[in-house]
Each structure stands twice: as C-alpha cells, then as structure tokens.
Design a protein around this ligand. Structure first.
Ligand code: 2PG
Ligand code: MG
Length: 426
C-alpha cells in the first residue's frame, strides 16, 4: 500500500443550483489526503448523454439520487479501494467495466463521475500539485487561461421569456489577461442589467438558470441589440475587444421537423439563411448547436459555408468519441463542447477533447445549467489548455466559483491568457 492508494470512498447527496439533489463524493487516500467532487446536471440535455441515475420515487419529484449514492458507497467504493489515485485511466476503466452498459445506466453517470473527479483531485493534492498542473502533466498539455464565453442573457429552457435561443454570450477575446477579460465581462453584465431594467422594468432584474438576465423579450435581434448597447455603455466595442457568441440549443425548438424561432416556423434551409444574417449583422464569432442534434448533414454544410466562424457541437456530440468521429468525418462543426457529465468519466471526456484537438477542432470546456460550487472545470480548462470555457454569467455563486478560481490561478501562476490566439482565428 502506498500513500496514493484509495482508502475510503463516501458519497452523499447535496443540492445543485436548481434545488435538485446531486452526488458529491469524498475520497480519502492511505496517506490521509481528502478530496471532494460534485456532479452538475443539465436542463437542455442531449438525447445521447450518459444516464444520470435518478430514483424516480416521490422524493424530490422523482429526482432523488439515493441509488447513485448507494452505488458509490456499496459497489464502486469497495471495487476501487487500494487503487492508486494517479492511475486515472485504470480507475475509470474499472468503473466503466463494472457498469458494463454503453451509457452507464447501471451505476449512473453521476455516480461514476463523482468518483472519477474526486480521484483526479486527490491525485493532485497527494502529489502537492494544483489540479490544473496535474491535468497538464497527465495529458501532456500546455496550460492556458481560457477565454470566458459568458452567458449574460438567458433564454430557451434556462429562462421564463420567449427567446428561442438559449444563450447570448459576450467573449472578451481582445483583452490581455484573464483579470482584464473578467473585468470587462462584469462591467458589460452590470451595464446590461441597467439597460434591460430601464427598458423592461424591474422584472428584467430576474435572472435565468445560468445567472444571465432574462428580460421578457421574444426576439433574437432584440437580445443581440441589448448586448451591443451594454458593450458600448461599458466602454468597449463589439468586434474589437469583445465578440458575441450564441448557443442556439436548437434541438429545444425543433418541433415537427421545423424550427420555431422569433414567432416563425423555419425549415432547415430557412434557418441556415437566418443564421447567416444574424451572424453578419452582429459580428458573431461562435455558434453552438445551430441545427438539431441528429442533423449532421446540415450542420456540416453550414460549417463549410460560414468559415472561419466557430461552430460548436454540444448536443450533437455529447462529449462522446463515436459521435465526434462521425462529425469529423463529415465536417460537422469545428469545435467540441466538453462536458464531463455527458459521458460520465474524466478519462472519456478528455479522450474526446484530445481527439477533437488532434483533428483540428477547438475545444470549449463547459459547465451545466444545474451546477454546484465545485470549480473542477476551471482547472480542467487551464490544464488542458483548451483556450475556451463556458461557465455562465459573472453572477450567482455556482458560476462565480469557477471565475474566481481562474482569477486565482492567473494570479498564482502567470499562465498566459488565450485571448489573442482565439482572436486571430475568428
Ligand atoms: C448547454 C448547457 C450549458 P444544459 O446547452 O450548453 O450551458 O445547458 O446544461 O442545460 O444542457
Ligand atoms: Mg449547449
């Protein structure tokens, strides 16, 4: 037994940012290191995501995680006991084999992931390293402070307004450091809040699931104009230091073969033209899930036509190698959204990220709309050097936890900010 051997694994339920229970795991090594990790949860989930195990009983409206917690405590824990926390892949492979299903439906992706993330954190702590340092070392990557894609205005399934598009983001690509970039995001967010409050009244102070304002609006142009005004009001300019990005999450408004947006029903061809207009009119640099999750063909056609625009695949790829390979083969998207819980283990999520990078795709590490204050993804984005992170508005504790962790990493290490490299690509 070395000090790196797993001595004890204990899971419990905690709450996420939508008042639903989620799994937190505490892992102790023989050397006395204690590491804790918690699992996030999505609202606009991809059809092919790994299974988040829920109890389906009356408690928590069916969303209890008692079974997932038990699976960690009585099945996974005993199995991984004694294993070396530095052997991330070996431990993840053991849990994948123990589950034995293609989508982790037996043990639950939430159960498996909580252990997987706690293992990585324990390995870093036990070796006296920061988590991002350990991730860089483990995956042979050069660290970078990521550009935040900050979702300052919420729509779709994350808000109670009539916007079809789920996320309207500001992207501080033209700033020199992460500190300056986050300052710009904060200033724009506060300007946006006063802009919408003036226009829509105090109701516009309400925020959506990811902390962005959620004014009662129903039109895409209206939302993008609000962002542009806020950028100017805060003393920046769209197309210079700041760029705009959207996550359409278009599967959520794909109804009977058509896309319901701005009060109209569009065919995929009409939606393609619509995107092109919006992108040109508002200098958008990145669009996520522009077409529904199974339409690889239209997504590929679009990606080729809008070059060098960044086209990010979230629901279409669900951080899974097989779907990503299919996308790469046909040229659907040119960037991967990396969400650890879509596949359910750190090893598999990073494998998808590394395949994307090898294939010339960009990678954006992402939170979920249901989050905890766990800041794992901040270190993941830095350690993998992906250059991009999506972690909501600069408001509400579960979003701010990641931003504040990134501030600390920049402060402590002087790792370079990815802004300039992203700006030159777009
Ligand atoms: C998305 C995410 C995160 P959810 O669609 O990209 O912003 O939302 O977690 O609800 O899937
Ligand atoms: Mg998305």
């Amino acid at each position: 037994m070395t000090k790196y051997a797993i001595a004890d694994v204990k899971a419990r339920w905690i709450l996420d940012s939508r008042a639903n229970p989620t799994v937190e795991t505490e892992l102790r090594t023989e050397g006395g290191t204690v590491a804790v990790a918690a699992v996030p949860s999505g609202a606009s989930k991809g059809e092919f995501e790994a299974l988040e195990l829920r109890d389906g009983e009356s408690a928590f409206h069916g969303l209890g995680v008692k079974k997932a917690v038990d699976n960690v405590n009585s099945i996974i824990g005993p199995k991984v006991k004694g294993m070396d926390v530095r052997e991330q892949k070996q431990i993840d492979d053991t849990m994948i084999a123990l589950d034995g299903t293609p989508n982790k439906s037996k043990l639950g992706a939430n159960a498996v992931l909580s252990v997987s993330l706690a293992v990585a954190r324990a390995a870093a702590l036990a070796q006296g390293m920061q988590l991002h340092e350990w991730i860089s070392k483990l995956y042979h990557r050069k660290p970078l402070l990521p550009v935040p894609f900050s979702n300052v205005l919420n729509g779709g399934e994350h808000a109670g307004n009539d916007l079809s598009i789920q996320e309207f983001m500001v992207v501080p690509v033209g700033l020199k450091t992460f500190h300056e970039a986050l300052q710009a995001v904060s200033e724009i967010y506060v300007s946006l809040r006063s802009y919408v409050t003036k226009r829509y009244g105090a109701v516009a102070k309400n925020v959506g699931d990811e902390g962005g304002v959620a004014p009662p609006m129903g039109n895409t142009q209206e939302a993008l104009s609000a962002l542009e005004s806020a950028i100017t009001d805060a003393g920046y300019s769209n197309g210079k230091e700041i760029r705009l990005a959207i996550d359409a999450a278009s599967s959520t408004f794909f109804i009977n073969g058509k896309y319901k947006i701005d009060g109209r029903l569009l065919t995929k061809e009409e939606l393609m033209d619509y995107w092109k207009q919006v992108i040109a009119a508002h200098k958008i640099m990145s669009i996520e899930d522009p077409f529904e999750q199974n339409d690889f063909e239209t997504t590929a056609k679009f990606t080729a036509q809008v070059k060098p625009l960044q086209v990010v695949g979230d629901d279409i790829f669900v951080t899974q190698i097989a779907r990503l390979k299919r996308g790469i083969d046909v040229g659907a998207c040119n960037a991967l959204l990396l969400k650890v819980n879509q596949v359910g283990s750190l090893t598999e999520a990073v494998d998808a990220g590394l395949l994307a990078i090898k294939s010339g795709y960009s990678v954006m590490v992402s939170h979920r709309s249901g989050e905890t204050t766990d800041d794992f993804i901040a270190d993941l984005a830095v350690g993998l050097g992906t250059g991009q992170i999506k972690t909501g508005a600069p408001a509400r504790g579960e979003r701010v936890a990641k931003y504040n962790r990134l501030l600390k990493i920049e402060d402590d290490t002087g790792i370079p900010y990815a802004g300039p490299s992203i700006a030159s690509k777009s």
